[in-house]
Design a protein around this ligand. Structure first.
Ligand code: FES
Ligand SMILES: [Fe+2]
Length: 429
């Protein structure tokens, strides 16, 4: 038996065992068992299997329009350099030097004016496409072309940059359908990033995602949001408002097609995605403090339609479109008890701060809402960590959180099965 394989098998099997226990104690229609939110072995399995097959939005293309522009993104615990090269191609480079593994790029965002990244340790230098350009004093036979930075698959859809750690990633057909039905009319491909904020939440990432997926908590926890979004009410109260908003959008020649590709069977081989249209309250033009517009209309909008579109992609990337601004809502799992919520505000590409929009006004609602979410998610984690926690049933207003949990269980079971097959084959070596 190969000892190296044996030891990695021993490390991974506790994750599979822990997962089997979660599945055995899960009760349909209820929140997940405590271990799913508190056991580092489950987090390990998520990172090994589940999260790695998917696509993740790392930001908007507007941040890297020119050759040399780059920013760092974190994905599954990895640091990735997103950089535009001289040919105009966008690259996702793993930020790990091919010499002895130092971080190569240390600056969060910038422009590599010399057209290269120089490792701060021993000064190997890499091109914007990841190729190794120079390494001093290496022995004869050393080949630069075998020591480029590792590259990951990267795709841009409606200006949104998606990256995957997988070598055989899921397809993006459903993502393209959902975003073309949602984001195209809003002109997101030509948006600019107005502001970005990261909220560190001391809770498991699934509590943060479930919280985002349901609005049962919105009336008690988000009075500001609930004043603008009908989504804070039970769905059966919103029919007339949704129809009125649809009619206003159609009058401008805008059709937003709601789609749902999150079901267990619907997305085989494809990344999950959905687009949901939801009216704003009363005469609200947009999601702002006073309900009035906060920035120039985007895309094909010639007026406010009184509506918003929620878009969800894969397990961690979410978006929200209003006629005058957009929100990218990224969940970044840091460890099993820590999650970063990254919120990015988009406006029309030629909008000028101070003239066309005020930052404080633009960002107010989702700043307030995200701070409230941080608090309630952390309280949720504290309670879920209690030995007295037993998962309770979801309400009718938490259908999307339940859909997420159901989908998560399915995906994780596939990940655990494939991992245990790998382990079984290793044990026969
Ligand atoms: S670790 Fe990067 S040059 Fe040595
Ligand atoms: Fe919330």
């Amino acid at each position: 038996m190969n000892h190296e394989h044996q030891s990695s098998g021993q490390q991974l099997s506790p994750s599979v065992d822990a997962w089997r226990d979660v599945v055995a104690s899960y009760q349909a229609g209820h929140a997940l068992p405590r271990a799913a939110y508190t056991d580092p072995a489950i987090f390990e399995l998520e990172m090994q299997g589940f999260l790695r097959d998917h696509w993740f939005c790392v930001g908007h293309e507007a941040k890297v329009r020119e050759a040399g522009d780059y920013f760092l993104a974190t994905l599954g615990g990895e640091s990735i350099i997103i950089v535009r090269d001289r040919e105009g191609t966008l690259n996702a480079l793993v930020n790990v030097c091919r010499h002895r593994g130092s971080r190569v790029c240390l600056t969060q965002q910038g422009t590599a004016t010399a057209g290269r990244f120089v490792c701060p340790y021993h000064a190997w230098s890499y091109g914007l496409d990841g190729r190794l350009l120079a390494a001093r004093n290496m022995p004869e036979g050393f080949k630069n072309d075998q020591h480029g930075l590792r590259k990951l698959a990267i795709e841009v859809v409606e200006g949104l940059i998606f990256v995957t750690l997988s070598e055989k990633p899921l397809g993006l057909a459903h993502v393209r359908t959902a975003l073309s039905g949602g984001a195209t009319a809003y002109g997101w491909a030509n948006a600019k990033v107005a502001f970005q904020e990261t909220y560190r939440v001391h809770a498991n990432w699934k509590l943060a995602v479930e919280n985002y997926m349901e609005c049962y908590h919105c009336q008690p926890a988000h009075p500001e949001y609930a004043r603008r979004h009908t989504y804070a009410r039970p769905m059966d109260q919103n029919g007339p408002a949704d129809e009125a908003a649809d009619a206003r959008a159609r009058a401008m020649g805008i059709e937003v097609e709601p789609v749902d590709f999150y079901g267990r069977a619907a997305h085989v081989g494809q990344e999950a995605a959905d687009a949901i249209r939801s009216a704003l309250m009363g005469e609200s033009q947009t999601a702002s403090r006073d309900g009035l517009g906060v920035a120039p209309l985007m895309g094909r909008f010639t007026d406010y339609d009184g509506s918003s579109v929620f878009l969800d992609v894969g397990p961690l990337s979410n978006f929200l479109a209003y006629p005058d601004h957009g929100i990218i809502y990224r969940f970044v799992p840091v460890d099993y008890q820590t999650t970063d919520l990254e919120v990015i505000w988009l406006v029309k590409s030629d909008a000028v701060e101070g003239r066309d929009y005020e930052l404080a006004n633009l960002t107010w609602l989702w700043q307030v809402t995200s701070e409230e979410d941080k608090r309630i998610i952390e309280h949720n984690q504290q309670g879920v960590s209690s030995r007295f926690f037993t998962p309770g049933p979801y309400s009718l207003q938490e259908a999307h959180a339940l859909r997420f949990v159901d989908w998560y269980l399915h995906e994780m079971t596939l990940a655990a099965d494939s991992l245990s097959q790998d382990l079984a084959s290793v044990q026969h070596v």
